[in-house]
Ligand binder design. Structure first.
Ligand SMILES: Cc1cc2nc3c(=O)[nH]c(=O)nc-3n(C[C@H](O)[C@H](O)[C@H](O)COP(=O)(O)OP(=O)(O)OC[C@H]3O[C@@H](n4cnc5c(N)ncnc54)[C@H](O)[C@@H]3O)c2cc1C
Length: 376
């Protein structure tokens, strides 16, 4: 067996944490660095549905599936698709589904609980350079350390990616604006019935509204708009009133998802890497998750990040880890290319019919009942 490398994992998102859990469980040495000052330094955002072959399989491989099931919401897998006129085009109650939802914060908590004291918080990587056969990491807090192998799990704006490729994220042509409806069942019962148990999607052209039911009757609403942004450019700030202008002639019940939300509006400019991009393998640096294959959100990014991490752990724990990591990179990037191409099509598609087809609906089933869907 090759000598086991001194490994650094940079980034404690889903990818970095799952990899660390696997290495910890296998008794392999590693150091995990995270830019956030502490576990509770920032809110973790919305919910994720974990898929059997990727996210769920990765958690199983780390012995965390039972912990996941304690938080998983099998009852919130439903999907409703509307057009802008409020006609219900598709309704799937999700009862037959195997993509349970989990809030990001709960996922992070269960991964962190398996890694007591192992995260080096407050370590924002500033610079990574190749020195002899090692990688030198310089952090914002002044710490400098060297490793044999560094895993970049540092997300969309990875600082480690530049050691492997010149490719940079490009704006995907849309930005999402996130709003919140707190305590929806009591405070907004009609909207609660409209959203149902899962995700509501309403679409016209390149404009889309998503409403996702999170834990504790908290619904996150995302208004998706076409935009043109340059590299790294922030999306312009928009108020609820601005957003309502963009959806001015939509059905009143759909507009209420914006009108009745809280005042805070968080922009998410959506960036992506070219789906076909690859890098020339180096034995000292590798990437997983968004650092490797950033794509528009379409329900796959966190799932792939978890699966990448599980597969990389298998490779690192194998007899010839050098060769196994190289093979893993090829498999990972081929898998991500397919998902990235379909995510880009899905999110920027101009056509409601395309979305209906992807969700498994039948255009002949287009309903004629406008909004105010009764509660089940
Ligand atoms: C609005 C939105 C909705 C989404 N919805 C879904 C969904 O429903 N389902 C799904 O599967 N995916 C979804 N995604 C995608 C998903 O969030 C990502 O694919 C996933 O979080 C990637 O995990 P990761 O661990 O690779 O990166 P990240 O989650 O980005 O984690 C990276 C970590 O690295 C840390 N870090 C960054 N830079 C440094 C540095 N220089 N030094 C040290 N640490 C650093 C960060 O603080 C962070 O903790 C969505 C994305 C967005 C934007």
């Amino acid at each position: 067996m090759s000598v086991f490398p001194r490994i650094a994992v940079v980034g404690a998102g889903p990818a970095g944490l799952l990899l660390a859990c696997r290495l910890h469980r296998a008794g392999r040495p590693f150091t995990l660095f995270e830019a956030d000052a502490a576990a509770d330094a920032r809110a973790q955002g919305g919910m994720l549905d974990l898929h059997a072959e990727t996210g769920q399989a990765a958690l199983r491989s780390a012995g965390l599936f039972e912990d996941f099931q304690r938080w998983a919401r099998y009852e919130d897998q439903g999907t409703r698709l509307f057009d802008a006129e409020g006609r219900l085009l598709l309704e799937d109650d999700g009862q037959a589904g195997d993509r349970p939802e989990i809030d990001r914060g709960h996922l992070r908590d269960l991964l962190l609980a398996a890694l007591p004291g192992r995260v080096h918080w407050g370590h924002a990587l500033q610079q990574a350079s190749l020195v002899d056969e090692e990688v030198e990491l310089r952090f914002g807090n002044g710490d400098v350390q060297r490793f044999d192998l560094v895993v970049g799990a540092d997300g969309a704006w990875s600082r480690l990616r530049a050691l492997l490729t010149d490719v940079r994220p490009l704006h995907a042509g849309i930005s999402l604006y996130e709003l919140s409806l707190a305590d929806i069942d009591r405070a907004h019962p009609q909207l609660s019935a409209l959203v149902g148990h899962g995700t509501l999607i309403a679409k016209r052209g390149q404009y889309t509204l998503f409403a996702q039911r999170n834990a504790d009757a908290h619904v996150r609403v995302y208004a998706s708009l076409p935009q043109v942004l340059g590299e790294g450019e922030l999306a312009p700030s928009l108020s609820r009133a601005d957003l309502l202008q963009h959806f001015a002639d939509w059905h009143p019940d759909l507009r209420r998802l914006i009108a009745e939300a809280g005042d805070a509006v968080r922009p998410w400019p959506i960036y992506r890497l070219p789906p076909e991009h690859r890098w020339v393998h180096r034995p000292t640096v590798t990437l997983i998750g968004d650092a490797a294959h950033l794509m528009p959100p379409a329900g796959e990014g966190a799932n792939l990040a978890l699966r990448d991490a599980a597969d990389l752990a298998d490779a690192l724990c194998s007899h010839d880890w050098h060769a196994a990591v190289r093979a893993h990179e090829q498999t990972m990037m081929a898998r991500a290319e397919v998902a990235a191409a379909s995510a880009q099509r899905l999110l920027t598609a101009n056509s409601l019919a395309y979305l209906l087809e992807v969700l498994g609906g039948d255009t002949a089933d287009v309903g004629d009942v406008a909004c105010a869907v009764p509660s089940r």
